[in-house]
Write a protein that binds this ligand. Sequence first.
Ligand code: PMP
Length: 427
Amino acid sequence: MITHSEQLFQQARRLMPGGVNSPVRAWRAMGMSPRFIARAQGPHIIDVDGNVYLDFVGSWGPMIVGHAHPKVLEAVQKAAAAGTSYGAPTPAEVELADLLIDAVSGLEMVRLVNSGTEATMSALRLARAATGRKKIIKFDGGYHGHADTLLVQAGSGVLTQGIPGSPGVPEEIASLTISVAYNDLNAVVQAMEHHAGDIAALIVEPVAGNMGVVLPQPDFLPGLRRLCDQRSIVLIFDEVITGFRVAWGGAQKKFGVTPDLTCLGKVIGGGLPVGAYGGRRDLMEQMAPVGPVYQAGTLSGNPLAMAAGLATLKILAEPGTYEDLEEKGCYFTEQISALAHLMKLPLRINREGSMFTIFFTDCPVNNLVEAQTSDTGRFQQFFQAMLAQGVYLPPSQFEAWFVSLAHSPEDLQKALSAGEKALLDCK
Ligand code: PMP
């Protein structure tokens, strides 16, 4: 019998490309049709057929305090009752900007936007305007949203679907983007020397999340800072995933490296559409209306999004939250690792705090090429076996899993029992 999800998917595919509004949601790489979601609560996500799953996707990162947290709901409801958009400044924007600048060392000024894509796109425009240069450096497997300049050797859905960049991005634009291997400072030096005087910015996920999780090697981020300083290149940290995920204040706090510009999103919107970019005051003051660089947004700083973001960050600011997230991430991955070891299954786990990826490979994963040594067929089997046991994972080998404050020790235990069986299934 056809499920309600399958029925909806058939209808959706007639109405929307692939039946979805963002490609990875179609679960193509998993060889099955997606679940349509009716609601979510705490660590659980519930589909239209009433199946309850333990959720490790967390809306791809934002739901760090769990779904439908009462404090977040209350804040959003209160904001909604006062009107949903004014297109005018509000106190909540000032409060969120103040909080972000206080927490994130690289932020002296900030501009709020509606998505991570908008944040990175605007940060690059600013870097180009400020330097008078055109080219940018990014890393293979780094995903920074779908702006033309950034869809070159990109990760996330682009990687999962095997789309090389994207048609529709003019060659002239793509040729301004140089992509090199993550964690390879020599490659960065070479690119900088080859395009000497032309590089406006270098954009990096300080912990990569879009080729699966890949950690920066100890000298990588300080090295990037040094190389950018030597050539007056604007260093941009894309902390859309890592911001307030790996630490209060983001990866720049954790690794002690301060970029010139920072992009944020996901967690700072508490599940509503938000992005932000900011950084050095002298750079940010080049943005309109103070300076000549244009960027705007009808719904930017939207009152509901501000309310959800502030409520989420206030929960995260409570003592012990990041220790809790670290402990859960650590416990879960260590246990899975031990199980795989007993079964002699090749498995590599990369983790930073509550974000991690389990790679089905025996090769250490420090860049995209190494991530691609993973057995994606085995991941697919694992994914399906987990889903059948009520555990909802990212539908691709090349994505990050997220644990939230709402995942209890019992939840993790349940996922581990499911994991043990799933690993046996795909041996
Ligand atoms: N940067 C990074 C590091 C991301 O992971 C993403 C989205 N996954 C983006 C930018 C784009 O954000 P959005 O999907 O909100 O446009």
